[in-house]
Design a protein around this ligand. Structure first.
Ligand code: 4AD
Ligand code: MG
Length: 445
């Protein structure tokens, strides 16, 4: 007996006499003398239709099955007479693995996103969330594939750290029942500083892992726990850094359009009717690249009323970012050379002593997808910047050592994985692209 996932079965070119499938009942329709069971095992969006004949010895029990019950079906794969499906399974034996009753919260009607968040332990069983989590998996794979093809090394950076990479003070503290580390410890906000040390040894590296931020911002784009992809490259300048970021995004969108087509079509049908057009346009675009100064000028000249006033020196808010990429350029935009006052200590100081070699990639509907920079490789200037900001240099002795010995120009960036998945699916709330989101006042499941 050959056990098959439904995806593999639906992709077959030839029928088979004997197959075993296991999955959950999505719908059932009883007819005279037999029933149609729609079975889904999560391997793909589509169900397989199973025909249960009344001659089955447990037919009376099968007839009573509710949505969500689990079954194992032995049978023949035959050509389906129905036009919407290629194959169906004529059951020789149906084993009932478990049964649900009418209290099962996922009934056949459409449920709201808000309601489904309250049953996040069950929502992966819906078409929409099954598709989201399959896409997450495919795209995570594509990210590794992209970097592997470019000769990058996948590195693992610590989750428990004693340093604040971004210097924004948004760290979760870690406590134990005794003073475990002999110093205060926190969950990492970014693996960058460690990634830099590896890049200064094996050149091109990336880390892809969970990061944590205690920002008290209850927005659609912020989670307290999210995944970040952080490449770090020795001998790259800001220009090369921007080009890599662009290449990565284009690669991933094309990958999704080719390899997740069925799931993306579901989002195009129910979430965002322009989705495929938007993704196609992005994947054929060249990203606009403008300096922060130019961006500020465009925002001022636009005459548009923003909640936050525009002047040189402000941090761009999501309303500004969305205006630039969604309304003004209608394309992804990379903004570079930000004022040093609003960016982290490690970014390379430009000759104007006012801006740093930072870059943010903004995309339609999401705003900031990537933040990165060329790093300050000059020891004296790095120390000067740390003093200026008031960072304790002795705490970062190891980081400064990397500039003391064999320092070279290098660059990198961080891409928010959830925001990428939002871009690819058209989903507008970060809570709906991560299985069990962590946000202020929300630590269920
Ligand atoms: O711009 P950020 O803060 O950059 C860094 O952490 C750098 N150290 C990365 C690097 O250069 N290696 O964060 C990078 C990206 C953002 O552009 C955004 O997409 C995502 O991480 N991000 C969040 N995603 C979800 N929830 C949050 N609270 C996020 N904060 C940042
Ligand atoms: Mg940022």
């Amino acid at each position: 007996m050959k056990r098959s996932k439904i995806k593999a079965l639906l992709e077959r070119d030839t029928p088979i006499d004997n197959v075993l499938i296991k999955g959950w009942l999505r719908t059932k329709r009883d007819s005279k003398g037999f029933s149609f069971l729609e079975i889904n095992d999560g391997s793909c969006l589509k169900n397989i239709q199973v025909i249960a004949n009344e001659s089955l010895e447990n037919y009376e029990n099968i007839k009573k099955l509710n949505i969500g019950s689990a079954v194992a079906v032995n049978g023949k794969v035959i050509k389906s007479p129905a036009p919407k499906q290629k194959w169906e399974v004529y059951a020789d034996l149906i084993d009932i693995i478990s049964i649900t009753d009418e209290s099962y919260p996922l009934q056949k009607k459409r449920h709201s996103d808000e309601y489904l968040r309250t049953i996040a332990h069950l929502r992966p069983r819906t078409n929409k969330y099954g598709a989201v989590f399959r896409i997450r998996s495919e795209i995570a794979y594509a990210i590794h594939k992209f970097f592997k093809e470019k000769g990058f090394f996948y590195i693992h950076t610590p989750i428990i750290t004693a340093s604040d990479c971004e210097g924004a003070g948004e760290m979760f503290q870690i406590v134990s029942n005794f003073d475990f580390f002999g110093k205060s410890a926190n969950l990492t906000v970014s693996g960058q500083l460690s990634a830099e040390l590896l890049a200064l040894a094996i050149s091109d590296v990336y880390t892809f892992g969970p990061t944590f931020r205690a920002e008290n911002s209850n927005t659609r784009r912020h989670a307290a726990e999210f995944w970040m992809i952080e490449p770090e490259m020795a001998f790259y300048d800001l220009q090369e850094n921007m080009e890599l970021a662009e290449e990565l995004i284009l690669y991933l969108i094309k990958y999704a359009l080719t390899n997740c087509a069925e799931d993306i079509e579901l989002f195009a049908k129910f979430i965002d009717t322009n989705l495929i057009k938007t993704l196609d346009t992005i994947s054929n675009s060249t990203f606009i690249k403008i300096s922060y100064k130019e961006a500020i000028n465009i925002l001022i000249k636009s005459g548009k009323k923003f909640e936050y006033d525009i002047k040189f020196g402000i941090d761009l808010q999501s309303e500004h970012e969305c205006f630039l990429s969604e309304e003004y350029f209608k394309s992804p935009v990379i903004i570079y050379n930000y004022p040093k006052s609003i960016k982290a200590f490690y970014m390379r100081l430009n000759d104007d002593n006012e801006t740093v070699a930072a870059m943010d990639v903004l995309v339609p509907r999401i705003g900031e997808l990537i933040g990165g920079s060329q790093r300050e490789e000059r020891l004296d200037i790095l120390e000067y910047r740390m003093d200026e900001i008031g960072l304790p240099k002795n705490k970062y002795w190891w980081y400064l050592d990397s500039r003391r010995f064999g320092s070279v120009p290098h660059s990198g960036f961080g891409m928010g994985f959830e925001r990428l998945i939002m871009l690819i699916t058209g989903i507008t709330n970060i809570r709906d692209v991560i299985p069990f989101p962590r946000t202020p006042n929300n630590l269920e499941f």
